[in-house]
Design a protein. Structure first.
Length: 380
């Protein structure tokens, strides 16, 4: 099947070049592209049919019925890339495909009688073979091509087809020569040197090289600024998170007012404080701090609410020291009652609301010397 496909491509190119059928020529080049991309096919035996077909679509005089309207330049560029792919895949020291193809393109480029479209295809084919081929075969020809382009653009008697071809050649030389000149020449770029070396196209090449240098410098500066911004972002995020954590862990200290039923304490005694935190622990946290001595009265801390009652006996000093209760805010109201067994049967009601979102399991109750008060005091 492969020999028949290659023969079909070769015969189709011959017929459609004569008939100037641009659409069918594009389809035939797409068939060549599909064969080249298929790694399971052995095309080396059929290159003698494929290479002439591809080169015809590159350097032939006319590919379409209306050269001034139809985009046959795209077909020449596409066929040039196919030829470069063939040279890359099948070139060996035995067949010397790339050498022979380069000689064919340079011969078409140096032919003064060849049409402008053929010169365009020859330059495009040489450009696809690499920078070394451009320096060896295209650069020596740029000055002569510039003079021919100027004569085509300035002559009013020439047809519009030649003028359009001259403009395409000018743009093509500027596009392929600027990267090579940027790598070969060192800045600064003197426009007079470009004029002396490249003639009419010297100004265009100087502008293209200058633009390429500016694009390179701007891209390098933008990449460095991008690296700097990406490295500084994590530090900003960490600072923001640490501020949020610090703000979420703030606590409020509330003084517990004494009721009239509470006996008067000595002057040297300290007050009681309730520390309320805004964090949400999984279980209620009640902490009572006191100075322990030998003869200390007993303080009972009791939590009454939607969760089961929890009581804890804490010993205090004979002189009533400061007692601090730490209560974390939760979603359900909870009443904390502090009773002092050493001072009769009086009770002190503390109006604290607990904001726990989840109920707590059965807490452990430490034994006390007196019965616990299970009545529900009014909440404030």
């Amino acid at each position: 099947m492969l020999p028949r496909l290659c023969t079909f491509i070769a015969e189709g190119v011959k017929v459609n070049v004569v008939q100037n059928n641009l659409a069918l020529l594009i389809y035939l080049m797409r068939m060549v592209k599909a064969l080249l991309d298929n790694q399971t096919l052995y095309l080396e035996k059929y290159l003698h049919e494929l290479i002439p077909s591809v080169s015809t679509c590159i350097v032939t005089k006319q590919l379409c019925a209306r050269p001034d309207v139809d985009n046959h330049w795209a077909l020449r560029d596409f066929a040039s890339r196919l030829m470069a792919q063939i040279c890359k895949n099948f070139n060996t020291s035995t067949n010397s495909i790339q050498t022979r193809v380069t000689r064919m393109f340079s011969k078409a480029l140096y032919n003064e009688k060849a049409p402008m479209a053929s010169h365009y295809g020859a330059i495009a084919g040489l450009a696809e073979l690499g920078h070394e081929v451009i320096k060896a075969f295209v650069f020596p020809r740029i000055k002569a091509e510039g003079d021919r382009i100027r004569s085509c653009l300035d002559a009013p008697s020439l047809s519009n087809i030649d003028k359009i071809a001259a403009e395409h050649i000018k743009n093509l030389i500027s596009r392929i020569a600027a990267p090579v000149l940027k790598s070969v020449r060192l800045p600064p770029d003197n426009i007079e040197d470009y004029k002396n070396e490249f003639g009419f196209l010297g100004v265009t090449l100087h502008a293209a090289v200058t633009k390429a240098r500016l694009l390179t410098s701007s891209s390098s500066s933008s990449s460095s600024s991008t690296v700097t911004s990406t490295t500084s972002k994590p530090a900003l995020t960490v600072n923001l998170q640490s501020r949020l954590v610090q703000a979420s862990r703030t606590q409020t200290i509330l003084a517990i007012p004494r009721t009239p039923s509470t006996p008067n304490t000595p002057i040297g005694s300290s007050q009681k404080y309730v520390i309320v935190g805004s964090s949400r622990p999984s279980t209620p946290t009640v902490t009572t701090t006191s100075a322990v001595s030998a003869a200390a009265p007993t303080a009972v801390v009791k939590i009454i609410g939607s969760t089961p009652a929890t009581s804890k006996v804490v010993s205090g000093t004979s002189q009533q020291m400061a007692k601090v209760v730490v209560v974390t805010m939760a979603s359900t109201p909870t009443t904390v009652m502090v009773s002092q067994s050493g001072i009769g049967s009086t009770q002190q009601s503390i109006g604290i609301r607990s904001m726990f979102s989840t109920p707590v399991g059965n807490p452990k109750t430490e034994p006390t010397n007196q019965p616990m008060d299970t009545s529900d005091p009014p909440t404030s």
